[in-house]
Ligand binder design. Structure first.
Ligand code: SF4
Length: 474
């Protein structure tokens, strides 16, 4: 997830994926926060703070009654935020933030990034994801700490209890899910607490769903089948998704299959160098990897929100040989043949997933459809720009786009509140808030707030959203 390029891009293109709107099985967002709405008493924080908290609470209750709205329909925009200031008192993650700033940071949050970095190193990665170990600065972090993640989620749970409504609610037409990745793979997603305990996607999704009331999103481009740590984690994740109560917390689960993965890219390079033997070895590494990932996710094959993301370049002389749709078709046939072998072995042996030949036919039918009939193209963004080098028209468009895209950004300096209404916020590992990929001065009080991340943007063509702008607009 390219947090620094904004999770709003992610809404359409996570790992080169299709817009969620064209998927049949999309679920509606659950009506969030039933458990978060119970009234609660105000804890004691010292006389001045109690007065501020108490008067904010008095205003809140009065304004809620006067609004005549159902609590589930309320948002922070329904209140005078100056009068509501103080309701956040004593909640650590909001320390130093006014209610205006919290309202700005809570509106249309697309997600909170758990990791930066991805080991797949795909040639078409729009997010320009670099491997996780790449940390050019010793002060740089590539994962959110478990404590900061919990502090954000726990802080909002407390605030929502005080408010009586979910301040992280979002119009489901804008985003049905809460995303926790952009330039990373969900199998590699992990947080570590101070005692070294590791929390994976399932743990993060449980916490995020409970707090935000939104659905989860999971993507993987596979893992090395010989890596027991990731294989065990994948099986744990599949077990988690297999339970209906957990599956219902998910918007979509995807396996990304394409010719751009670094293993296949290497195979293409070696073939071009005339080293067919080594080329085949890398091709097998990739097809084995994907066949194993698909086999591991077999228990979800029947689920309507389980998909493969399949992308390639057009079959054209301007496209790079090896990355075209015809190449993906050959690659997919090889992967499907390997999956079929695994299914036959399973049926004739342990019957871990496969109990009948009909099941094999059904699953292979879905795979053929997903990998060969739903193939989409790629856009010349991020690393994928280089793949369009033979296409002068695209190169011209890229140059033009780079100039125009800056101009096309909403001018937040003119009418921040209005322009921010449909703009996405995303939260970086250090608590910094971005809007449509642009940096803001708003930052949550994370332990790691002074650390740098791969997502850091100091400014974007002078369009930093300042605290003063938020103060005036909200
Ligand atoms: S390197 Fe590949 S798998 Fe990783 S984030 Fe980029 S496109 Fe997705």
């Amino acid at each position: 997830m390219q947090i620094y390029s904004s999770l709003n891009i992610l809404a359409n293109k996570i790992c080169g994926k299709n817009n969620l709107a064209d998927n049949n099985g999309q679920k509606s967002v659950t009506n969030a926060c039933h458990t978060l709405c119970s009234p609660q008493s105000i804890p004691f924080y010292g006389l001045h703070n109690v007065n501020k908290l108490q008067s904010a609470n008095n205003y809140l209750q009065k304004a809620k009654t006067e609004s005549g709205k159902d609590e589930n329909d309320l948002t922070l925009a329904d209140f005078d935020l100056d009068k509501l200031d103080g309701i956040q008192q004593g909640i650590g993650v909001f320390k130093g933030l006014s209610m205006k700033e919290i309202a700005f940071a809570s509106q249309n949050v697309l997600g909170l990034s758990v990791n930066h970095g991805c080991s797949s190193n795909c040639a078409h990665c729009f997010a320009n994801a670099v491997p996780q170990h790449y940390k050019p600065d010793s002060d740089m972090i590539n994962r959110v700490s478990y404590e900061d993640f919990n502090s954000y989620m726990g802080g909002y749970s407390k605030l929502n209890k005080r408010l009586g409504f979910n301040s992280l609610k979002i119009d489901e037409n804008l985003s049905p899910y809460f995303a926790m990745f952009g330039d990373s793979d969900c199998i590699e997603m992990q947080m570590k607490d101070k005692n070294g305990k590791i929390y994976d996607f399932t743990d993060a999704n449980e916490i995020a769903h409970k707090t935000t009331g939104r659905l989860g999103l999971f993507d993987t481009a596979g893992w090395n089948p010989k890596d027991k740590r990731y294989q065990d984690r994948a099986e744990k994740i599949v077990k988690y998704f297999s339970k209906p109560e957990n599956y219902d917390k998910m918007c979509q689960i995807d396996i990304s299959v394409n010719p751009f993965h670094s293993l296949n890219t290497r195979s293409i390079e070696l073939k071009n160098e005339g080293n067919d033997k080594a080329s085949q070895k890398f091709r097998d590494f990739y097809t084995d990897r994907m066949a194993n990932a698909i086999y591991t996710f077999t228990p979800l094959m029947d689920k309507k929100n389980f998909h493969c993301i399949s992308r390639a370049m057009e079959d054209s002389p301007k496209s790079v040989e090896g990355y075209q749709k015809k190449d993906l078709k050959e690659l997919s046939d090889e992967i499907i043949a390997k999956v079929e072998n695994k299914y036959n072995d399973d049926f004739n042996g342990e019957q871990k997933y496969i109990k009948s030949p009909e099941q094999i036919n059904k699953y292979l039918g879905k795979l053929n459809y997903e990998l060969k009939d739903r193939v989409r193209g790629i856009d010349p963004e991020g690393r994928a720009e280089k793949l369009f080098v033979k296409d002068e028209e695209v190169q011209k468009a890229i140059k033009k786009d780079k100039i125009e895209s800056i101009e096309e950004f909403p001018d937040f300096t003119k009418d921040l509140k209005e322009n921010a209404k449909e703009s996405f916020r995303d939260i970086d590992l250090n608590g910094k808030v971005y809007i449509n990929g642009l940096p803001t001065e708003i930052q949550f009080n994370f332990d790691n707030k002074n650390k740098k991340t791969h997502g850091d943007i100091e400014d974007y063509n002078g369009r930093l959203i300042t605290k003063e702008m938020v103060k005036k607009a909200y």
